[in-house]
Design a protein around this ligand. Structure first.
Ligand code: GLU
Length: 427
């Protein structure tokens, strides 16, 4: 690569790292062009149709009042109501929430769910807040966005650092505002409040199914594979268990503070038992390596299940895995995808690999609407079918159009929003 090209590459990647929204637009543009859609379609789909910023006053335990900033973004509602989680994190920002809502449209398109994409977030650090403060913040958020959400408008769900308890508070607040019980307003609820069997493990189940499909394409055997998982939250920890149960050797895991690595395999049962509710476990050990070191260790399957921009142009050429399955949102940059694709690494992109969560959220919403609840087995079988079909559709598109799995996933994912917008006469 020439020096000017290299400088340009680094510049593009830097912009992308700072702004996932811009990189999403770039790939959506490429996908729509490859599908033969006009510039107008891109103009409509390049940004969310609606973005709300709210300020939420919360009475803290020490009697002071703190004002939190929150967002709700709705990408496109041509297909149906918008759908997507709410994250509580100090790094939440407007551009990220916008990008995440666009990824939800793509996920729902790939899995063929009757939804467009939505996403929400609040700038806060739930690790430093009490139960009571979190409850007041969750209820305050619902009051603030109540005009634009609802069971047939926009349906929230859990995301980073939010869980079924937070969903329960949010559902209760919405039901009180509307003065009737509204379980279909939100998904990821506790089972006793209308949650679905299998929702808690759904993202990890979906990732597992993608791994099984990817392994077949690469002629590997799962029970002989060495797996590294970055992140030990909802997706990462259940995935470690499922991989361990499938006979694979989990040789590395990590949390926000460091990573554990043992080429002979880690004691997954012990780690699951000792992790706290935020997925922290490495603090109990003295022999800890960094997250970045872990990514570069020898393995067959690498699963980034933590945060964005972990595999970049800087470290992509040092990654040893032959399969990368993205359980987190946006862990690999466009530049890194190119480098890895050229090296023959099979990347199962986030918008496909992490779609198990929203799929079972859809099942939960259907069960709430029907008032009729399914068994664990029924949910698992339905999820398997959706994930296998979605994986095969994306894989086939990548073969037909000679593109990597990420572009293929965007092509499959964006088509439904584009078609629905066209039929409605919007473009
Ligand atoms: N937050 C999850 C995601 O990013 C789940 C969304 C949902 O269940 O609606 O896919």
């Amino acid at each position: 690569m020439s020096i000017t090209k290299e400088v340009k590459r680094k510049d593009t990647e830097k912009r992308e790292l700072l702004n996932p929204f811009l990189s999403t637009q770039t790939i959506i543009k490429e996908a729509l062009q490859k599908l033969g859609y006009s510039e107008e379609v891109f103009e409509l789909l390049k940004e969310p149709i609606r973005m709300m910023t709210v300020r939420i006053p919360v009475k803290m335990d020490d009697s002071s009042v703190k004002i939190f900033t929150g967002y709700r973004s709705q990408h496109n509602d041509a297909v149906g109501p918008t759908k997507g989680g709410v994250r509580f994190h100090p790094d939440v920002n407007e551009e990220e929430v916008k990008a995440l809502s666009m990824w939800m449209s793509l996920k729902c398109g790939i899995t063929d769910l009757p939804y467009g994409g939505g996403k929400g977030g609040i700038i806060c650090d739930p690790r430093k807040m009490s139960f009571g403060e979190l409850e007041r913040l969750s209820r305050g958020y619902v009051r603030a966005v109540s005009q634009i959400v609802g069971p047939n408008k926009d349906i929230p769900a859990p995301d980073v650092y939010t869980n079924s308890q937070i969903m329960a508070w949010m559902m209760d607040e919405y039901s009180r505002l509307r003065e009737f019980d509204s379980p279909g307003f939100i998904t990821g609820k506790p089972i006793v409040l209308g949650g679905s069997q299998g929702r808690e493990t759904a993202t990890a189940r979906g990732v597992t199914i993608c791994i099984e499909q990817a392994v077949k394409k690469k002629n590997l055997q799962l029970h002989e594979a060495r797996v590294i998982i970055q992140g030990f939250g909802n997706a990462g920890s259940f995935l470690a268990k499922f991989m361990h149960d499938a006979g694979a050797r989990v040789i590395g895991i990590s949390d926000a503070y460091g990573a554990l690595y043992n080429p002979k395999g880690l004691d997954i049962e012990y780690l699951l038992d000792r992790r706290d509710s935020f997925g922290t476990v490495t603090k109990l050990f003295t022999k800890v390596i960094s997250n970045q070191e872990l990514l570069e260790k020898e393995c067959d399957i690498l699963v980034p299940a933590a945060i964005a921009n972990q595999i970049t142009g800087q470290n992509a050429h040092r990654i040893k895995a032959s399969i990368i399955v993205e359980a987190a949102n946006g862990p690999t940059t466009i530049e890194a995808t190119k480098i890895l694709d050229e090296r023959g690494v099979l990347i199962v992109p986030d918008i496909l690999a992490s779609a198990g969560g929203v799929t079972v959220s859809y099942f939960e919403w259907v069960q709430n609407n029907q008032g009729y609840y399914w068994s664990q087995e029924e949910v698992a079988n339905k999820l398997r079918k959706v994930m296998v079909d979605s994986f095969e559709n994306v894989y086939e598109a990548s073969q037909i159009h000679h593109v990597d799995m990420r572009i293929a996933a965007y092509m499959v994912g964006i088509r439904k929003s584009a078609e629905a917008s066209r039929f409605r006469g919007w473009i």
